[in-house]
Design a protein around this ligand. Structure first.
Ligand code: SF4
Ligand code: SF4
Length: 501
């Protein structure tokens, strides 16, 4: 087991543990709602219309942007609407979605990939399959997987992140336990694409079954499996790299700058499906847990099915609930369980509605400083954020705050520190943008003044030059006139002399 770790972080046991981490296959939903706006990039443009019949896995929307991935029908049936629907976002905003009503047949569009003997395929073909299958980071980031793999150079280590991002989430644990072969083969595909000499699969030390399953299928000496201490936020990319390789990614830098690539374990399995079969991503494993359900579990569910579709399978109790997409620490509260499951929905927390403890004054205990996994000083940052002194907060590296809420979690005064930091960052961005706009406006004004002054000066110079030219011309004209007058006088004189003679 790996001994290295990072400072700070918090150890939180799964608040709703289960005896066996399984995966239940959720029934086909009657309808799916597929948002056209994905986590990153432009809104996709539908390539179907209302009334069209679609097959499972058929592309129903796409963008011209090579960075984005297409959207596939996750069931077969009929397109019944293309309109705005509530999506899982804390704003509760509506966004354009395609709704498909199931025909109950789940008829698939044809797909064909490299096959199990994938090593004969070149990297470009594999990346093309990963994009066309709609693979994005399934750990919660939603970053298109192909974009992370294109044009890679000098990658020495591939890290497969098998740590659950937050306490209570079990979907990656379930995936490693039940799909170890696909995970290991997926790692081999990624090694082939990125050219790294080695891959490390990181698994938390409380996931022994997952470790055993992976070990059973791992016969490739370029792949090792490391256990890391179960501690929140060990799943954060930079912290994981620090813990495994003792490599520090500088502020604002990327893992690949140091020759390292990270992929989530569920994304790795999806990449296996994409490359071997070119099978579109139409489902994912989602954990349903929390104090509001009797039976926490993991469900393999079609994308676009409602939260309710699987929450109901976990036997919600009769209390009033709050619903949160993602983990208990960094998840996003949503207003209703009618919103659709999307590619980044790794967990649905259903909790009993509880009164939050009231916030007290900071007692300067310093516990938040010890808990911060990125070595910030939250206590100090709090004062600057509270007084809206964002410049000072930035001096104290506010930009490096990953809003993990470890500081909130340990704060005895229940101060929502991460909220302050999120607000301070937004305020700083706005101030900087405002300052930028002011600078631009001032520069424009100054340039206009300069331009007007310059025009005036040029006009004066031009007038002076013209005047001078005219003067010269007039002087010239006088010489000319004198010459003509002299000539006339000579003619006159000659004529008179002739007349006298
Ligand atoms: S943990 Fe809370 S009370 Fe203690 S120093 Fe930090 S902000 Fe203040
Ligand atoms: S929210 Fe920010 S300041 Fe607080 S522990 Fe996490 S990284 Fe540190």
């Amino acid at each position: 087991m790996l001994n290295q770790s990072f400072n700070g972080g918090v150890v939180i046991d799964n608040p709703h543990p289960v005896d066996t981490v399984g995966i239940v296959s959720a029934p086909l939903p009657d309808k799916v709602v597929l948002p056209l706006q994905q986590r990153i990039g432009d809104e996709a443009i539908p390539c179907v219309k209302v009334g069209d019949k679609v097959l499972t896995g058929q592309v129903i929307a796409k963008t011209e942007d090579h960075f984005c991935v297409p959207i596939h029908a996750s069931i077969s049936g009929k397109v019944v609407s293309i309109d705005k629907q509530i999506i899982p976002h804390k704003s509760g905003l509506k966004s354009k979605c395609i709704t498909i009503e199931s025909d109950g047949k789940d008829q698939w569009a044809e797909y064909k990939g490299c096959g199990t003997d994938f090593l004969h395929c070149d990297q470009a073909t594999m990346i093309e399959y990963i994009q066309s299958s709609g693979i994005v980071g399934l750990g919660g980031a939603g970053f298109p997987a192909h974009a992370k793999l294109e044009g890679i150079q000098d990658c020495h280590t591939l890290i497969i992140n098998g740590t659950e991002c937050e306490p209570g989430i079990m979907c990656d644990d379930a995936l490693m336990q039940h799909h170890p072969r696909e995970v290991i083969r997926g790692v081999e595909i990624l090694l082939h694409i990125c050219g790294a000499q080695r891959a490390i699969i990181a698994v938390e030390d409380d996931k022994q079954e997952a470790l055993n399953s992976l070990l059973m299928y791992c016969h490739n000496e370029r792949i090792s499996i490391e256990q890391i201490p179960t501690k929140y936020t060990s799943g954060a990319e930079k912290l994981l790299i620090k813990a495994l390789l003792d490599i520090e990614i500088p502020s604002g830098g990327f893992a690949i700058d140091t020759g390292v690539i990270c992929q989530n374990v569920a994304t790795t399995k999806a990449i296996f499906d994409a490359v071997v079969d070119n099978k579109p991503l139409v489902s994912r494993i989602v954990t349903v847990t929390g104090s509001g359900v009797e039976s926490p579990n993991n469900y393999e569910v079609r994308l676009g099915a409602s939260f309710e579709h699987i929450v109901s399978m976990s036997k919600p109790n009769t209390h009033q609930h709050t619903i949160r997409m993602g983990g208990m620490m960094m998840g996003v509260d949503v207003k209703t369980t009618s919103v659709p499951i999307c590619k980044i929905t790794n967990c649905i927390f259903v909790n009993k509605l509880e009164t939050k403890p009231s916030t007290q004054e900071c007692i300067r205990c310093g516990q938040c400083n010890q808990a911060c996994p990125v070595d910030l000083l939250p206590q100090q940052l709090y004062w600057y954020a509270k007084s809206e002194d964002t410049d000072k907060a930035m001096d104290y590296n506010l930009a490096d705050c990953i809003e993990c809420r470890c500081c909130d979690y340990v704060c005895p005064s229940h101060i929502p520190l991460a909220e302050y930091f999120s607000f301070a960052k937004a305020l700083h961005r706005k101030t900087t943008e405002d300052q930028y706009r002011t600078d631009i406006a001032r520069e424009r004004f100054e340039f206009r003044e300069y331009r007007l002054e310059r025009n005036k000066q040029e006009r004066t110079e031009m007038m002076a030059a013209k005047k001078e030219e005219l003067k010269k011309k007039m002087a010239n004209d006088k010489v000319q006139k004198d010459k003509i007058a002299a000539a006339m006088a000579r003619v006159k004189k000659t004529k008179k002399a002739n007349d006298d003679a």
